[in-house]
Design a protein around this ligand. Structure first.
Ligand SMILES: Nc1ncnc2c1ncn2[C@@H]1O[C@H](COP(=O)(O)OP(=O)(O)O)[C@@H](O)[C@H]1O
Ligand SMILES: N[C@@H](CCC(=O)OP(=O)(O)O)C(=O)O
Length: 386
């Protein structure tokens, strides 16, 4: 199975954690060199590679006299501003002599929230790949406001895998993979080689980060693997501190933990609605409308809407809930909150009479709707970032 999955990979996203490529003293040039050597080998074999690299904060914080994690957001942003150019230079110094160009791509959650900017980012990445340039992505830490952060690069790497429709997400961390318990605290913890599905039992194994540099620990890596799996990509967590792991993976050796892709791949646009776009409000439905959506695959019409919250605009994402407030789906609304306030509960033929115009009969078209059962339980719990 592992061999079959790897044999079908053409395009992969490699996420590199801060703990892998930095020490307390800043960037670890030797480690970056070792990873770039493997990346070079894979590129020569014809793979397309997108890097998502952390390490800007770790690379810049020493200049500000910071030991451990930056104590405030402005200091973290300042450290990232100093460190990001160093991070890029470190990759360039390794990859340029091997004949590869690199390109810096800094993203915020807001960039991917907006469908036009999302598609624009996608076009840029695709153009870079066509020209055999290696995109190196990081969160734009310097400008991003707290509410609009991806939060961690594990999450960003999963969104990138969806953005470029990669077949594989490799997460390089400072551990050999997912253990049945946090190996930092339990020396007898056992490594899992393959995970078919991320069940609550698997989630219970993941702990937070123990390091001064990492964000999220295994918890965010499992969420990333879950998200990647829904867009048809496998995920492998590998130890990036050990030399040659990427090549050993592609040689079919049982390194790291492999998470299989989900059988029913979600279309990239639906994945974006479900996980990338941030909901701006919520709608509450009566039982008939809830059934029409969840059991009959219908679009949402104004008649079954009994309540709403939030100041959403036409084109924003909303949570769609039942009478009790349980989330049933997410979708893109065709009407703004003030328009919907006037037409909810009414028949579709009333829309034009009330508003004087109409954009369509549907408040949310079924093509713009993702049912919650298609997201997983784990996803529902990961809404800290969505
Ligand atoms: N079940 C587990 N298996 C492996 N690592 C775990 C587990 N639970 C918690 N961890 C911690 O997660 C850390 C990796 O995450 P993190 O420090 O955020 O790294 P990165 O910088 O690569 O994102 C490990 O070093 C380990 O301390
Ligand atoms: N954008 C930040 C990295 C944030 C992050 O997710 O770090 P990590 O858990 O090490 O992948 C930086 O470049 O320092």
């Amino acid at each position: 199975m592992r061999k079959d999955i790897l044999a079908s990979v053409r395009r992969l996203v490699i996420k590199i954690g801060s703990g892998v490529i930095s020490t307390d003293q800043g960037l670890d040039a030797a480690r970056i060199a070792a990873i770039c050597e493997d990346v070079d080998t894979l590129l020569r074999r014809g793979y397309e590679i997108i890097l998502v690299s952390s390490g800007a904060v770790a690379a810049g914080k020493k200049e500000l006299g910071i030991d451990g994690r930056p104590p405030s957001i402005p200091l973290r942003q300042a450290a990232a501003a100093i460190g990001q150019s160093r991070l890029m230079r470190a990759y360039k110094e390794q990859l340029r002599p091997r004949g590869h160009l690199v390109a810096q791509v800094l993203l915020t959650r807001d960039d991917l929230n907006n469908r036009r900017r999302y598609l624009n980012a996608r076009n840029t990445l695709m153009t870079l790949l066509e020209h055999r340039v290696i995109p190196i992505i990081n969160e734009n830490d310097t400008v991003v406001v707290e509410e609009l952060r991806f939060g961690d690069n594990d999450n960003l790497s999963a969104m990138t895998a969806n953005l470029v429709e990669a077949n594989l997400l490799v997460i390089l961390s400072d551990v050999d993979g997912l253990y049945d318990r946090d190996p930092g605290r339990h020396p007898d913890a056992r490594l899992l080689h393959e995970v078919e599905r991320i069940t609550p039992e698997i989630e219970a194994m993941a702990g937070e980060s123990a390091s001064k540099l990492g964000t999220g620990g295994m918890v965010t890596k499992l969420k990333a693997a879950q998200r990647a799996s829904l867009c048809g990509a496998a995920t492998v967590i590998l130890n990036g501190k050990k030399t040659g792991q990427l090549l050993r993976l592609f040689a079919g050796e049982p390194v790291g933990t492999l998470f299989r892709p989900a059988p029913g791949k979600m279309a990239a646009r639906k994945h974006w609605i479900a996980f990338t776009k941030k909901p701006q409000g919520s709608l509450r439905l009566d039982e008939g409308a809830a059934r029409a959506l969840t059991a009959q695959g219908k679009s949402l019409l104004p008649t079954g809407i009994i309540g709403m919250e939030g100041r959403f605009e036409r084109g924003d994402a909303v949570r769609i809930c039942d009478r009790q407030g349980r989330e049933l789906a997410r979708g893109i609304v065709n009407y703004a909150h003030d328009e919907l306030a006037r037409i909810m509960g009414r028949k579709t033929f009333d829309i034009e009479a009330v508003l004087g115009y109409k954009y369509g009969d549907e408040i949310v078209h079924r093509d713009d709707l993702v049912l919650d059962r298609d997201r997983t339980r784990a996803m529902e719990e990961s809404d800290d970032h969505s």
